[in-house]
Design a protein around this ligand. Structure first.
Ligand SMILES: [Zn+2]
Length: 284
């Protein structure tokens, strides 16, 4: 009787061992080829395989690092002619897109920040002083910043800088930096001129203030055809302008807020990694 039990036990262990080996083999087969019908566990092994096979991914921003934000070595730079995001070194993933939200914090910026945060999608919020005139708005800006988003300068009152005096341009830019510093404890590192209208003065002041000037590569949410979430999400993802290093301009608007999640997932589905602005090269 004892002997029979022992035989059954040994057979059982042998069978389990064989089964485990077979599973391992299946996993590695899947990792090499068939990606159609994968289980979650197998997807994980797939990703691991991809990482090993593609060393250029090693330089990607790792959200799990312990390094404080803003102290990483820069990985990307803004091309001063095309405004696209470009890798500083070969081997850094070029298939990226940068999300920027202008004219904040008006009505939807905080909502948008929460949406992006939930999706683990980094972005720059380019703010205006005209939307930072109350205690409540100061708290909103603080919260957006504390959620981990970068705050950029988009002038105090959103004028066309080409149509005002040099002195006024200085004031528009520097007073906002003072205000932002008062609220979040640091001065903006990126500047975006209203309407993309940069001047010699705005370039000079941005440099004095240690800010990188940045326009954008495309955006649609101010055009009448794209003032609804569905049309906007569709064009943002399917425009022919979407290419490596795309610098996406969006605004603090109702339909953009509604479209944001679809836009982020759509970009990722198309193979774009969203750039963490803290990995962009700065002036200082
Ligand atoms: Zn604007």
């Amino acid at each position: 009787m004892k002997k029979r039990c022992l035989t059954i036990l040994v057979s059982l262990i042998a069978a389990l061992f064989l089964f485990a080996c077979q599973q391992e083999e299946e996993k590695s087969n899947d990792a090499q080829g068939d990606r159609q019908s994968e289980l979650d566990v197998e997807e994980m092994s797939d990703n691991d395989t991809l990482k090993e096979e593609e060393p250029e991914n090693d330089l990607e921003v790792d959200n799990d690092t312990d390094q404080p934000k803003g102290e990483e070595e820069p990985l990307y730079t803004i091309n001063p002619s095309t405004w696209a995001v470009e890798p500083l070194e070969e081997g850094t993933n070029p298939q990226v897109a940068l999300i920027t939200i202008d004219d904040a914090p008006d009505q939807y910026a905080l909502d948008m920040a929460h949406t992006l945060k939930a999706l683990d999608a980094p972005a720059i919020f380019f703010v205006n002083g005209r939307f930072l005139q109350t205690e409540e708005k100061h708290h909103v800006l603080k919260e957006i910043h504390e959620l981990g988003f970068m705050i950029g300068n988009h002038t105090s009152t959103h004028p066309n800088l080409g149509e005002i005096s040099e002195e006024e341009q200085r004031k528009e830019i520097i007073e906002l930096n003072d205000l932002v510093e008062e609220i979040i404890g640091e001065r903006p590192k990126f500047f975006r001129a209203p309407f993309g209208a940069n001047t010699d003065t705005s370039h000079a002041v941005a440099e004095e203030e240690g800010m990188v000037v940045m326009n954008w590569t495309y955006g649609y949410d101010w055009e009448p055809d794209y003032t609804n979430a569905e049309a906007l999400a569709d064009i943002m993802i399917n425009t022919p302008y979407l290419s490596a290093g795309a610098n996406l301009l969006m605004h603090d608007r109702e339909w953009t807020n509604e479209a944001l999640e679809t836009i982020v997932t759509g970009l990722r589905d198309k193979g774009y990694e969203l750039v963490d602005p803290t990995t962009l090269k700065r002036l200082d």
